[in-house]
Design a protein around this ligand. Structure first.
Ligand SMILES: [Mn+2]
Length: 313
């Protein structure tokens, strides 16, 4: 697989790299890390990272492409495998589409699919790809990949962190990274975000089944002066790592009236529940989009049922 990926990269002079919507550190770290790796190791190639501009400026900026001839172009999609979740649909026009992903979902668009469901981060996969191909790292690729690895592993805390995660981290740290600077840039929050977490922590509901949830109306983001992404992704973690909480869901209504459900679990796999609502992700960290508040109750019921079949302390 890795050799085939190398051959494809060598065969094309233009390579476009894509990642998922609602970019996070792993999506961007994998995307921009891979871009920097290819540029460093194949200097003649045109390599662009596409997708919406975002707030993660510390990782680097997105490229903008007006015209391109898809028939001579290789697309590499990282940290996502399904068309509807990929930011910028121009990958569909490319001659070949390599997908590199660690989520549970199958791919509906890959011409070459490298999936490793056990990898803690797509950045872990790309770091090992580079190690196996003897590619040179530079400070840019190492920093981007490290941020992806650190973020998706929850600072090497999440279940699924493995020997390969630390091997990847060791290789990246050997490039002379300033780990303190990386952690400061990733984990120093503004006061609005801290206040939002305080709100979430003091208001979430915990059911007798050990399932916890939060329901966030659209005005929460305005009340705390934060983004919708901050409410949806930032508040889910406040219900985690609490004794007796086996699974937890953060529901966030958008201005368009859809409800984003971020689902987490301590040990019981819940990705099948997310998939049954058109979503997906990982076994213990997944999500889906719902269309009404009654559906949130259905989802909670489904999770309670799944959790109830397991013997938990
Ligand atoms: Mn990821």
């Amino acid at each position: 697989m890795i050799k085939t990926i190398q051959e494809k990269i060598e065969a094309y002079s233009t390579i476009l790299i894509f990642r998922h919507l609602e970019a996070d550190y792993d999506a961007l770290g994998s995307q921009l890390g891979l871009k920097a790796l290819i540029q460093e190791n194949y200097p003649g190639k045109q390599v662009l990272a596409l997708g919406q501009d975002n707030q993660f400026d510390s990782l680097g900026k997105m490229d903008h492409l007006q015209e391109f001839e898809g028939d001579k172009t290789l697309a590499i999609v990282v940290d996502v495998a399904q068309t509807h979740r990929i930011d910028d649909e121009r990958f569909l026009k490319c001659q070949e589409i390599i997908v590199i992903d660690h989520h549970q979902n199958d791919s509906d668009c890959a011409t070459l699919f490298w999936q490793d469901k056990k990898a803690i981060a797509a950045a872990e996969m790309i770091t090992h790809l580079a190690i196996k191909l003897n590619w040179k790292f530079n400070s840019q690729s190492a920093k981007a990949l490290m941020m992806g690895l650190v973020s998706d592993s929850g600072r090497f805390l999440f279940k699924g962190t493995r020997v390969e995660s630390f091997e990847a981290a060791a290789t990246l740290l050997n490039q002379g990274l300033d780990l303190d600077e990386i952690y400061q840039s990733m984990y120093t929050e503004n006061i609005e975000m801290k206040r939002l977490r305080g709100y979430g922590l003091s208001t979430f509901t915990l059911l007798d089944s050990g399932v916890a949830y939060l329901r966030n109306a659209p005005d929460i983001k305005r009340r705390f002066n934060v983004s919708e992404f901050s409410v949806s992704r930032g508040l889910v973690s406040v219900m985690g790592q609490i004794k007796g909480v086996h699974a937890w869901v953060n529901f966030t209504e958008t201005d368009e009236g859809e409800i984003l459900a971020e689902i987490r679990s301590a040990s019981v796999p819940l990705d099948d529940v997310a998939k049954s609502y058109g979503g997906g992700g990982h076994q213990l960290a997944c999500g889906c989009t719902l269309h009404s508040w009654p559906q949130t109750q259905e989802l909670i019921n489904a999770i309670e049922k799944k959790v109830g079949t397991h013997d938990l302390k």
